[in-house]
Design a protein around this ligand. Sequence first.
Ligand SMILES: Nc1ncnc2c1ncn2[C@@H]1O[C@H](COP(=O)(O)OP(=O)(O)O)[C@@H](O)[C@H]1O
Ligand SMILES: [Mg+2]
Length: 323
Amino acid sequence: MNDVRTVVEVKALTKVYPGAAKAAVSALNLTLHPGEIVALLGPNGAGKTTAVKMIAGLVLPTAGSVHVMGHDMMRAHTAGVRHIGAVLEGARNLYWRLSAEENLRYFGALRLTPRRQLAGRIDELLSLFGLEAQRSQEVRHFSRGMQQKLAIAAALLHDPDLLLLDEPTLGLDVKAARQLEETIAHLAREQGKAILLTTHMMDVAEKLAQRITVIHQGQEVISEETQSLLRCYSAQRDLVEIHVAGTVPQALWNQVQQMIPDATISGENGMTQLLLPALDQALLLRLLQQLDAGGMAIQEVGRRRARLEEIFLSLTESEQMDG
Ligand SMILES: Nc1ncnc2c1ncn2[C@@H]1O[C@H](COP(=O)(O)OP(=O)(O)O)[C@@H](O)[C@H]1O
Ligand SMILES: [Mg+2]
């Protein structure tokens, strides 16, 4: 079951917070091998941070298991934790009044990194993250991007096999985000780290991860190779939105659905919104004619990008995908 090539194996991982009506994470499965980057993708509140905290051994699961390098995180926590480096959202990852180097020395000592190795390791990491010039600078003067790089460097001091990154590029400017993405890719490719990252942004997952697990309301929606997920997603990326006054009679709606099976309908404030996948012009015109012939007053027709929430929803509703 736990072959040596498996860095982390998560099975049916579930968390119900005390007093919560619903599970924050429900029966999540994940497997990572060396050199692999997997993204846990989902909107805010999906359960990403909770999942990562359980894998890091910081939140006790309600059910399920986590094995890290073969160690059961419930039974052999200390052995497992040695193989994990984690940078969690909103956690106290650094000391503001210490310099970059002092932070790394402090966290290295915490991680029981042998003194002889530590100095070399610190040099290596400062160089890898391009922070040599900031070595003696206090962290409170750092940009958000530099702080994040240093926090990840600190998580790598003990050379873990598994790196957990919760929303690693959140709040970074474009340039800093790109730099960090390159370093994350490098860590997997050149150092064989297995990296589990969370994000609510499709493009971050798309750029970095070989596989993406989408979660929504604690539930896995889909878990796929990034390339095949993208094929599925791109078809749903562009939407046509039509607003008509009043309500659409059932018979007319049935006709619309026959023409465009993926159409969805919702109404509020005396308006009805039809949401359709990208259509070619001819089909769109036929649809508008049909609505017109059906006596509907068309108020607005527009094309827009699907919001991630809508894609998640459509993925949740679609039973199968090809690819
Ligand atoms: N410590 C906690 N106690 C109770 N509920 C929590 C706690 N942390 C998170 N939650 C709830 O669990 C759900 C998932 O949250 P979270 O894991 O932070 O999601 P994400 O990281 O995807 O935004 C949310 O409904 C959130 O309100
Ligand atoms: Mg989170």
